[in-house]
Design a protein. Structure first.
Length: 575
């Protein structure tokens, strides 16, 4: 057990010098006595709450619960607000600011007298942003997931956030539902605090954090408004104090084996395609070289067993929790996991899974009866995506697994949006819709534009899916035959920039291929004529982002923060 004099916070508060006198006096200015903070672990509670982050609207109360737990364990807790990067309102995309949250988290920890941190997130980019920053900072940390909201409801139907919004929007565009019905869906689809209750990006990333060993057992599945969530928050406060005394730092938890466990679990849950850019970035902050090929290999051998929308049918995250939650799912696939890894509990994953049970085997399927025989995601390569692209096979119509058709190419989102509402658009179900200039730099920030809307002309004919390709991302609540994360992106001259309307595109999912059937000499001619677009930014965060962000296959982190650059060789003497 660590000696109190070796606490990191002691460097601020213990010395008998003028600087420490100032630190102590300012704490007294806040109304604290020295007995409150001296010789105790100082715990930062990093909350990504804001009044525009609907997923985290319960966080002000949960901060109190965490602080209660910290105090009970003999620590001293301070709330540290962090960038909220909400998914619902941030434009063009919260992904543009994930790395900003990661940098803020790292620097906030490093520059303040914190011995350990509780990271409070859940909305899509907050989990990876917080975890990336905390891994790089290197102090003991535990992640507190926001938890999913309750099921949606309208006219006796269970609604899933995101997924049903897309479904009903298509029906509205097709003229099949009324204004009154549309308003009913709008009012019933999100009815409590918490993240999307489908297996979208939020649920995916909270599950990845747990599978990586960064949460308390079962924490990622608890609904946000359940009383178990309140108790879990206090438990996090108590546990982080013990982690500080035990010096249980992220490098002992986020190992190669832990990252592969997390990727395997993600595949089994029917994870969001966004998992790819986030788990690669998180792993590389810890010096783990996780690649697209690693993820594809795991996807080929890991069956999807969580029967939760959008890859599954009928069930939502509330049902998943009642069925046993992530602990039960991990127990089902435990033979595919390295259960000897260390977790924030100070115990192994095997210890944490002891006693886990499945209570509904239609929600959490046995390996003998999977939702889909392979994992959630597949990685494609070919002359359209030499550095890779992502597709979610379980969420699209199998008839598109092998498909060949003419491309219909859009250079911008407004151009595409106008075209899909044109009822006279010259398009067939065999066409391949393509949106480019929507990647990490082109978007900017790689917005969730990848689930291109089905053109109204096809909707009215009864079609609800078609092959779509983009260097953008899509929401984890989305579905359909969508090829995403095409790398390199078109904005930097990737092959997608050379595709023309009318060119034949071929998808061969079984062989993991995506190609444009265009002669190599013709492609060279087009490349010679291609011109680099004008820079998106001339100042501020965007200027920095555009000079350092990596491509999708590398996690879209900053080049100076990944891998060997992710860890400082030693914390500098700040005094």
């Amino acid at each position: 057990m660590k000696d109190p004099k070796d606490l990191r916070s002691a460097r601020w508060f213990a010395p008998d010098d003028l600087r420490s006198f100032g630190h102590r006096s300012r704490m007294m200015q806040l109304g604290y006595s020295e007995e409150d903070f001296r010789d105790k672990p100082v715990i930062g509670v990093l909350s990504t709450w804001s009044e525009l982050n609907t997923c985290h609207s319960h966080f002000p109360e949960r901060v109190k619960d965490v602080k209660r737990g910290v105090a009970q364990a003999g620590g001293f807790a301070v709330e540290m607000p962090a960038l909220s990067v909400d998914e619902s309102f941030t434009k063009p995309t919260s992904m543009l600011y994930r790395n900003m949250l990661a940098m803020e988290t790292e620097e906030m920890i490093r520059s303040h007298p914190l011995d350990g941190v509780v990271l409070m997130g859940g909305c899509d980019k907050t989990t990876p942003g917080l975890v990336m920053g905390a891994i790089s900072a290197g102090v003991p940390m535990i992640y507190l997931p926001a938890g999913p909201m309750l099921r949606g409801n309208f006219a006796g139907k269970v609604l899933g956030s995101g997924s049903d919004a897309w479904k009903y929007w298509d029906e509205r565009r097709a003229g099949n539902i009324s204004d009154e019905e549309w308003l009913g869906v709008q009012g019933g689809i999100a009815r409590s605090a918490g993240t999307c209750m489908t297996m979208g990006t939020a649920a995916t990333m909270m599950g990845i954090a747990e599978a990586m060993g960064l949460t308390l057992p079962g924490a990622s599945s608890i609904p946000a408004v359940d009383s178990n969530h309140v108790r879990m928050a206090a438990d996090c406060g108590r546990r982080i104090v013990g982690m500080v005394w035990d010096d249980l730092t992220p490098d002992r938890i986020v190992t190669d084996a832990a990252c592969r466990n997390a990727a395997t679990v993600a595949m089994a849950t029917g994870c969001s395609t966004n998992a790819v850019v986030h788990i690669i970035a998180m792993a590389r902050r810890a010096g783990v070289r996780l690649t697209l090929d690693d993820l594809d290999a795991l996807g080929r051998t890991t069956p999807l067993i969580a029967n939760v929308r959008p890859s599954g049918e009928g069930y939502l995250m509330e049902d998943f929790y009642y069925a046993g939650g992530l602990r039960a799912l991990m127990m089902q696939i435990s033979e595919r996991l390295d259960t000897s890894v260390m977790t924030v509990t100070g115990k192994t994953l095997a210890d944490n899974l002891e006693g886990a049970e499945v209570y509904n085997d239609d929600v959490i399927r046995p390996l003998s009866n999977p939702v889909y025989h392979e994992g959630s995601l597949a990685v494609l390569r070919g002359n359209l995506c030499p550095d890779g692209a992502i597709i979610k096979p379980a969420a699209c119509n199998p008839k598109y697994y092998v498909h060949e058709g003419p491309a219909l190419v859009f250079d911008s989102y407004p151009e595409m949006k106008a075209a899909v509402d044109d009822e006279d658009l010259d398009i067939t179900p065999d066409h391949v819709m393509v949106l480019r200039n929507a990647g990490p730099l082109g978007g900017p920030g790689m917005p969730e534009w990848g689930m291109l809307p089905i053109p109204k002309a096809l909707l009215k004919q009864g079609h609800r899916d078609m092959l779509r390709i983009s260097d953008a991302r899509m929401s984890g609540t989305s579905y359909g035959a969508c090829v995403l994360h095409v790398a390199p992106e078109s904005y930097v001259g990737g092959p997608l920039a050379l595709l023309k309307t009318g060119d034949t595109v071929r998808l061969d999912l079984p062989n993991r291929r995506l190609d444009m059937l265009v002669d190599a000499a013709e492609l060279e001619t087009r490349r010679a004529a291609w011109k680099q677009p004008e820079p998106r930014f001339e100042r501020g965060w965007g200027w920095m982002y555009s000079r350092h962000v990596t491509q999708a296959d590398q996690g879209c982190d900053f080049d100076f923060l990944q891998s060997d650059f992710g860890r400082m060789p030693g914390e500098p003497d700040i005094f």
